[in-house]
Design a protein around this ligand. Structure first.
Ligand SMILES: Nc1ncnc2c1ncn2[C@@H]1O[C@H](COP(=O)(O)OP(=O)(O)OP(=O)(O)O)[C@@H](O)[C@H]1O
Length: 419
């Protein structure tokens, strides 16, 4: 067995996860642009290409038989090349575009057949939309832009400005109330867009290529900001992008679209490691997996092997029995106290020392979300496994050099380059 493996002194129980009721259900959604939808669909079912259908009918099959569900507080990414149908699908969810057929359920209400009044109410209360081009009103101040939705709803001036100021703080733009849109950078404009969408406290945010117009650095900053806001506010987000890196970073799940259909829905890991067909495979071929896989994906879970009050002789015996090179020692609250290596245990037994004397306190730690690329230098420098701890410093497991390299090798990475 490997000299790099470890066992740990305390049991870690997995938290139970209750099934979450989907907030959005889309059933057999189809949208055809043009005057002959039935004929276009018939041709599609007969196996004709989009182009052939367009040439024959003048109609475009933009979406065909789309079905999926989005869980409450999930970030669901619609990804695909230009023309694959992402924006049309997003806009069918709030009926900015009318579906040709199919159903869209939002929080238990079917909206495709809903009357205008009820639809307006759902849009106002449940749905916020954020566009790529910001869509700010040029002659209004930042504050007035943010408060605009509330103004339309007839909310009194004082209250809407109070709410708008609150949202402005939330997106990190406090102090810019009186600025005009053309005085703001792209990133700031999109923060205003976010704040505006959040004023009515919608459960769902629909974001259409919201960060695509931003410089790469600002774009990454906004992605982080969105993840942070998502963590704090727990909104459900449907995020459209053609950028795979962005999809992988933001998405709890990703739906990859091609020519109006969803070719695969899965977590970023599933999309990367188990592509369902050649198209997905080609789409993800260039992704650097070290940025995608995390410590949580490759860690060995903590298992109890002994009371930590056990002496070095017990520690040594355990390491020999399990053929491992070190054990982690935790307190009763699973707080990581340190690490005991095989060499130190041998030495302690010889010299009659206590476990405390041989405990190495300065153990490298990472969290389950640390990417493998950030761990590689740590595990390369360290002969012993790195501890994986939660935010409170409790031990969850360990990551060894062997586990990292094996994960990379399994995914076809050149492990020699990183070792
Ligand atoms: N208003 C429209 N009239 C006619 N065809 C349309 C219309 N809107 C979209 N389409 C067509 O529907 C298909 C899907 O377009 P859609 O804009 O949803 O794709 P997309 O994946 O969002 O692409 P992009 O990233 O370029 O916006 C395309 O073939 C497009 O040409």
């Amino acid at each position: 067995m490997s000299q790099e493996e470890s066992i740990i002194v305390e049991q870690v129980t997995e938290e139970e996860t209750a099934p979450v009721e989907p907030i959005i259900r889309v059933r057999n959604l189809t949208r055809v642009f043009g005057d002959e939808p039935e004929k276009a669909i018939e041709l599609y079912r007969a196996g004709r290409s989009k182009q052939e259908i367009f040439e024959e009918t003048g109609s475009t099959v933009a979406l065909i038989d789309i079905s999926f569900e989005v869980a409450r507080a999930e970030i669901f990414v619609l990804m695909g090349l230009s023309g694959s149908g992402k924006s049309t699908l997003l806009r069918c969810i709030n009926r900015i575009i009318e579906p040709t057929s199919g159903e869209v359920w939002i929080d238990g209400k079917e909206i495709v057949r809903m009357g205008e009044e009820e639809l307006r109410e759902i849009r106002r209360r449940k749905l916020g939309m954020i566009f790529q081009n910001f869509a700010l009103l040029p002659h209004r101040t930042v504050l007035e832009n943010i408060a605009f939705g509330l103004e339309i709803q007839g909310v009194p001036l004082e209250e809407r400005h109070r709410k708008a100021r609150e949202m402005l703080q939330l997106v990190g733009l406090g102090g810019y109330e009186d600025s005009m849109p053309d005085e703001l950078s792209g990133g700031m404009k999109q923060r205003v867009g976010l704040a505006r969408a959040l004023t009515s406290d919608p459960d769902i945010l629909l974001m259409d290529e919201a960060f695509s117009a931003l410089d790469p650095l600002i774009r990454r900053e906004m992605q982080d900001e969105l993840l942070d806001l998502h963590q704090r506010l727990g909104k459900t987000i449907i995020f459209v992008t053609h950028d795979l890196d962005e999809a992988l970073k933001l998405g709890d799940r990703i739906a990859l679209m091609k020519d109006g259909v969803i070719v695969q829905i899965g977590t970023p890991e599933e999309i990367l490691t188990s592509p369902e067909n050649e198209y997905v495979e080609r789409f993800v071929a260039d992704v650097d997996l070290t940025r995608v896989l995390t410590a949580g994906d490759v860690m060995r879970r903590a298992e109890p092997v002994a009371q930590w009050t056990a002496g070095p002789r017990v520690a040594l015996h355990l390491m020999e029995e399990h053929d491992i090179s070190c054990i982690f020692v935790v307190s009763r609250q699973r707080q990581l106290r340190g690490r005991v290596t095989l060499d130190d245990a041998v030495e302690a037994v010889r010299k009659g020392k206590r476990l405390d004397d041989i405990l190495i306190i300065d153990v490298p730690k990472v969290t389950p979300t640390t990417s493998l690329s950030d761990i590689i230098s740590l595990v390369v420098k360290n002969p012993y496994p790195v501890a994986v701890v939660d935010d409170a410093g409790r031990l969850l497991g360990s990551v060894s050099r062997g586990a990292v390299l094996a994960a990379l090798a399994r995914k076809g990475e050149d492990t020699n380059a990183t070792a």
